[in-house]
Design a protein around this ligand. Sequence first.
Ligand SMILES: Nc1nc2c(ncn2[C@@H]2O[C@H](COP(=O)(O)OP(=O)(O)OP(=O)(O)O)[C@@H](O)[C@H]2O)c(=O)[nH]1
Ligand SMILES: [Mg+2]
Ligand SMILES: [Zn+2]
Length: 329
Amino acid sequence: MIPFERLVCAEQTREEFERIQKKLSKAGKPCVLGCVVSLDRSLPLVRTVQEELRAELTASIKKSEDSIVAVGDWVALWQPKDHERAVIECVLPRRSEIARVKRIGRERQPRRQVLAANVDSVLICQSLTGEGVDMRLLVRQMAAVAGCGARPVFVLTKSDLVDEAMVASTVAHIAAIAPDVPTFVISSLDADSVELVRSCCKPGTVVMLLGESGVGKSSLVNALLGEQAAEVGDVRSSDDKGRHTTVARRMLACPDGGILIDAPGLRTLQILDMKRSLRRAFSDVEEAALGCRFRDCTHTDEPGCVVREEISPERLAAYRALASSKQFA
Ligand SMILES: Nc1nc2c(ncn2[C@@H]2O[C@H](COP(=O)(O)OP(=O)(O)OP(=O)(O)O)[C@@H](O)[C@H]2O)c(=O)[nH]1
Ligand SMILES: [Mg+2]
Ligand SMILES: [Zn+2]
């Protein structure tokens, strides 16, 4: 069970909770603050200052599509008399939402699904094995995460299985495309490499893992925790793909650090708002463009182009490819 004090609730959230608590108390619903620490196929698991419990959602939350609870949500819940379960009465406003769109059944309109709330950083995990790092995918993942309001961090896994020269050229390529995104090369078998990732998981922060099944997210979580808290599964030898071992999204407390959210394999998040994602992930390109001599500069061969002067060709190419790609690709 995660110690409650490790779940750091933002000042604003707490104030909002107190406001709601007063209101609900007048309505005969004395409520407490809780954090949703796990979501699996059962009811949300909520940690309050006193206990960890499964809680139901009040009818109005169930009806509204957008505010269904996610891991990391802060909620107000109460225990009705003569009712077996506690009830989540309200989901408090979120600082960030890691969301994707999901088509359910034959529905025309894809629905937005919040995978985790109030996340500070996302460890974007890709394996160095097989075809190696997919740069296009990496850029999309970075932009999607930035668009969601979290900080992207790259984690290249399974370095023990590939040669150093290949790792060096991959890292150099990534640095040219995204010099500001922290990049870690790890092997879950090498404790020193894992130690470096710890700097991204400071006390008071929430860090989620994103990446395809089998890349080693749960292995990294276990290495950071120093115990086998998360289940690890093998990959198919034919194509290196995982078997979707992790099925729940759940929070785990890092010793002396922040909170990790291990999650089921997911290739990427769709970009929900391309403009916002570009603005956040490539702010330097957009700022430099303001300085170009021509308003409609295409940054190819015009004189007085500040973008070509300030931005590396690799980064500019990545920006272009993303800007002209489909939102949900
Ligand atoms: N050699 C090596 N194997 C690793 C490393 N990290 C993970 N593996 C192996 O890769 C397989 C998949 O690891 P998991 O940690 O379950 O992968 P995951 O990303 O959590 O997968 P899902 O839960 O299915 O999304 C397991 O057999 C691990 O032992 C690594 O750094 N080096
Ligand atoms: Mg896993
Ligand atoms: Zn230009």
